[in-house]
Design a protein around this ligand. Structure first.
Ligand code: CA
Length: 232
């Protein structure tokens, strides 16, 4: 069973997570400050880290930055506040995902399952193996960012700019679940203040224009998390 390291200085939260994750069958280790967390992450080689952002000794960001020199273990960051710059910095430092406290335990468990399933790679974009500059291929589906063109088996698919951007993002991160938050941030922008259902609506548009039309299944729903492009 997977080994999870919880680095969290708030005792109540750490204890709660420890109980929940143990109950789920994970082997759980804990650390109460950043320095101890980094040391345990290196010594114990956990399969996943749950890393609080605000920690004594070393901040979560710093732990993440140092750990990434040594390891590509999945890291889910916990942020106490809904501070975009902290999240961005965490993701830039190599965290795989983040959750804002307070969070629903079911959502964290879902994200843990997703993170443990991901094939590990330090460079997400390298997965796409573009043939020409930026060209993305999945089976008979191609997306050419330079021409803003999407085709299936040579047949053009007409997409709006936003549909194109969403598909582009999902294909770049193929076989990896993208959270609604990540899609909103990266496709719609951090200042996006509209309805969060917009992601679901646009996924429906894409499914209609691609999956329904060509009888394929490209965008999977990851329950409680978001969406994943997965198609050969
Ligand atoms: Ca804290």
């Amino acid at each position: 069973m997977s080994k999870i390291l919880i680095v969290e200085d708030e005792r109540k939260i750490a204890r709660f997570l420890e109980l929940e994750l143990t109950h789920e069958g994970y082997t759980v280790l804990t650390a109460a400050d950043g320095r101890e967390g980094l040391q345990k992450a290196l010594d114990e080689q956990p399969d996943l880290l749950i890393l609080d952002l605000m920690l004594p000794e070393l901040s979560g960001i710093e732990v993440c930055r140092r750990l990434r020199h040594e390891s590509d273990v999945p890291i889910i960051m916990l942020t106490a506040k809904d501070d975009v710059s902290d999240k961005v910095m965490g993701l830039d430092m190599g965290a795989d995902d983040y959750m804002t406290k307070p969070f629903a335990i079911e959502e964290l468990l879902a994200r843990i399952r997703v993170a443990l399933r991901k094939p590990r790679t330090l460079n997400a974009a390298a997965d796409a193996e573009p043939e020409k500059e930026g060209l993305l291929k999945a089976g008979k589906l191609t997306l050419d960012p330079e021409r803003y063109a999407v085709e299936f088996d040579g047949e053009a698919i007409s997409l709006t700019k936003k549909e194109f951007d969403l598909l582009h993002y999902l294909m770049l991160h193929r076989d990896k679940a993208a959270t609604r938050d990540a899609l909103l941030s990266d496709v719609w922008g951090y200042d996006y203040a509209g309805d969060t259902n917009v992601v679901d609506v646009y996924v429906r548009y894409l499914r209609h224009k691609i999956d329904d039309r060509f009888g394929i299944h490209t965008i999977q729903t990851i329950r409680g998390v978001g969406y994943m492009f997965s198609y050969e």
